[in-house]
Design a protein around this ligand. Structure first.
Ligand code: SF4
Ligand code: SF4
Ligand code: FES
Length: 386
């Protein structure tokens, strides 16, 4: 047994009172979960604590909270893990106590205590991406036959349990609440990547043209860190962009496609990112009226950067850095390919399980071509999709 101090954020918007922190001490095994501790406190000390939970097995997705400042599932987080590895600013272990702060996930309105309004944000965004398969016609007499590789490709997104942990810490959503967001965009990839879906191009066009769509993500990685199911929503968003831009040739009105290609051009030319060219190139070059407008509007930021020594007129206008030949070779090799290769494999399990297998099987799994890869995908797909 070990002793933990739980600080639980309490808030009832109906009461008109400000939020407060309640502190409780519990004695539990370190391998018990944060949810176990909250439920024990609720059962034995204060029955009014609001928390949503059901399966207690990391399956239903209902118990997402912030624990020591990081989003995750309360039922899937051991107390020792929360108090140690996740030690945030408030979990300083003073006078021998392990302090664990629990608060509701972010970017969603609080209904009460640790319960947030998933309908107001999360489910509304999921509805936004047409979260169902639109059948290709004609419908076959029996069933659609889908290549195994295609299903493996979307298995990762099918593992989502709709907990909202990724939405909680999405930086883009904090700035732009209308951003479709990581969970819904990962869901969109689930159908874009499905060969049975009839609306692949329409979906991509829609998500590219929407100013709050795929090009609104700032690659902060928070959703990747937050996801308890390794869905890696940011990776799915990048896949949507690559398919939209490189395979479907969609040049969006938000300039997302051009901006990405300006990055590539910039690195190919300079080897390092030269930001002064980036903005103009994203708008078609310095002489284009749209680029001039953008350059003018960014002058206050440029002046601030100069006063702080981050930029000088010389480095901005007269840069002479050229990409080394190795960088150019990488570009030549990739751009010289006849078709864009992308292989997304998602296998759940642990390294020690892999070590127990015969060497041949392990090697084949890492190459992503085996029955095991396929069956792992099928298992996860069967239990995970909602
Ligand atoms: S990577 Fe993109 S989608 Fe993910 S949390 Fe950051 S801004 Fe949001
Ligand atoms: S992508 Fe991950 S974090 Fe986001 S809702 Fe799905 S399971 Fe939860
Ligand atoms: S209670 Fe179901 S995921 Fe935690």
């Amino acid at each position: 047994m070990a002793t933990y101090t739980l600080k639980i954020r309490r808030f009832d918007p109906q009461s008109g009172q400000a939020a407060r922190w309640d502190e409780h001490t519990v004695e539990l095994e370190p391998r018990k979960s944060v949810l176990d501790a909250i439920l024990k406190i609720r059962d034995e000390v204060d029955g009014s604590i609001g928390i949503r939970c059901s399966c207690q097995q990391a399956i239903c997705g209902s118990c997402a909270v912030r624990i020591n400042g990081r989003p995750g599932l309360a039922c899937n987080t051991h107390l020792e893990q929360a108090a140690g590895r996740w030690g945030g600013a408030q979990s300083v272990i003073d006078d021998g106590r392990s302090v664990i702060e629990v608060e509701p996930i972010g970017n969603m309105p609080v209904i009460r205590d640790l319960i947030v309004d998933m309908d107001a944000v999360h489910w509304r965004k999921i509805q936004r991406v047409t979260p169902w398969l639109v059948n290709k016609e004609p419908i076959p007499e029996r069933e659609y036959v889908v290549p195994r590789e295609s299903m493996i490709d979307i298995t990762q997104t099918m593992a989502c349990i709709q907990c909202g942990a990724c939405v909680s810490d999405c930086l883009s959503m904090e700035v732009d609440p209308l951003f479709i967001g990581p969970a819904a965009l990962a869901k969109a990839y689930r159908f874009v990547g499905d060969p049975r879906d009839a609306q692949r191009r329409q979906r991509l066009l829609d998500l590219s043209e929407d100013p709050h769509g795929i090009y609104d993500c700032t690659h902060c990685f928070n959703c990747v860190d937050a996801c308890p199911k390794d869905v890696a929503p940011m990776d799915q968003i990048m896949r949507l962009r690559r398919i939209a831009g490189s395979d479907e040739g969609i040049v969006d009105r938000n300039n997302g496609y051009r901006h990405e290609h300006a990055f590539v051009k910039n690195i190919r030319r300079n080897g390092l990112l030269h930001e002064a060219d980036l903005l103009a190139d994203s708008y078609g070059g310095k002489l284009k009226p749209a680029a001039a407008r953008e350059l003018l509007s960014s002058m206050p930021i440029a002046l601030k950067a100069m006063t702080r020594g981050k930029m000088t007129p010389a480095t901005t206008l007269l840069h002479t850095h050229k990409a080394p030949s190795e960088v150019r070779q990488v570009f030549d090799q990739i751009e010289g390919r006849k078709e864009r290769l992308e292989f997304n494999i998602f296998i759940s399990g642990r390294d020690d399980e892999l070590e127990d297998e015969p060497a041949g099987a392990a090697a084949a799994v890492s190459a992503g071509t085996t029955d095991r890869a396929g069956s792992a995908g099928a298992e996860r797909g069967g239990e995970g999709e909602r």
